[in-house]
Design a protein around this ligand. Structure first.
Ligand code: GLN
Length: 305
């Protein structure tokens, strides 16, 4: 790794300005549709918590499905191997909100990062902690050192008002006995989780345990080395939905995207990266975000391959 990553980030930000298209912000809820696609921020956190950033790297945005990497880790730390009886770990090849595979697979979602799988993870975390979203927020605050990190009530309200697809997924899985909490309780927890507002710096720091093989910023253990490997592996194969193959091809790192336009990526043993730009491609991944991560691994030579 270069002695400082700052020049690399500065160069990427300049290159991204010249990108011909930025995609379009998610439009399925009004609270996200109003985001300006010209925003771009990127932060890298080293294992010791040193952070480099460029552009809008300190500006909070809607974390959305990035939170699924954190709830997976938090549930795995409590549930252990039992979790994998309730959710699979195979790429789905389908959009993130797809219902189609659930019926063939008896209500067991393909992986923890499509919405169906994330609902199962949040359901289990809520059953074990009594407050899944609060547990997530407390973890993100502790790891990022940002006590103001919080839910965005406007996004929560918007998502709740437009939640039919997620409600359908939850009810369908409940009919197979794969959901423990009442569906309305689960949906509130899930939408709350998705509404977390955090910056690139916050999320890069919070994901640090994935680069430290399961060790939190205070030196305590969240996951065993093997469990940290499991989370990174499922990020690599499923973290960007039906674009996971293309992401591995271009970026070559475990990554997790969200429809707010953020992506976290992990270089195990080295650093974590978070990039944000609200314009999305057809599969719900940030256009400038993937381009920036592609340049990052190309310029630094950092990748898991
Ligand atoms: N809140 C969004 C949803 O459930 C999250 C999707 C995403 O970020 N890919 O539809």
């Amino acid at each position: 790794m270069p002695s400082s990553l700052q020049p690399v980030l500065d160069r990427i930000a300049t290159e991204i300005q010249a990108l011909p298209g930025r995609g379009r912000p998610a439009d399925y809820i009004p609270a996200l549709a109003s985001a300006d696609p010209r925003h771009f921020g990127m932060a890298v956190a080293e294992l010791d918590g040193t952070v480099y950033g460029v552009g809008d790297w300190q500006r909070p945005f809607s974390a959305q499905s990035i939170t699924k990497a954190f709830t997976l880790a938090l549930d795995l730390s409590l549930d252990g191997e039992l979790l994998w009886e309730h959710v699979g770990r195979e790429p789905s090849g389908n959009p993130f909100n797809s219902l189609v595979q659930l019926e063939y697979e008896n209500g067991i979602p393909r992986n923890p990062f499509i919405n169906a799988g994330a609902l199962v993870v949040t359901d289990r975390l809520h059953a074990l902690t009594g407050d899944a979203a609060g547990t997530l927020r407390a973890f993100l605050r502790a790891e990022s050192g940002n006590d103001r990190l919080d839910f965005d009530e406007a996004v929560l309200a918007s998502e709740t008002a437009h939640g039919d697809r997620n409600a359908a997924l939850a009810h369908f899985m409940a009919s197979y006995g794969n959901i423990t909490n009442p569906v309305p309780t689960l949906l509130d927890q899930y939408f709350r989780q998705c509404s977390i507002e955090a910056s690139c710096a916050d999320l890069a720091l919070a994901a640090g345990f994935l680069a430290r093989h399961g060790i939190r910023s205070d030196g305590s253990t969240l996951l065993t080395r093997s469990q940290a490997k499991q989370v990174n592996a499922v990020m690599l194969t499923c973290g960007t939905y039906d674009a996971a193959g293309d992401f591995a091809h271009r970026v070559g790192l475990p990554g997790k995207s969200g429809v707010g336009g953020g992506i976290i990526a992990v270089v195990p043993g080295r650093c974590t990266v978070c990039v944000w730009s609200p314009g999305l491609d057809q599969r719900g991944n940030s256009v400038a975000g993937v381009a920036a991560l592609d340049r990052f691994t190309t310029l630094t030579g950092l990748s898991v391959f």
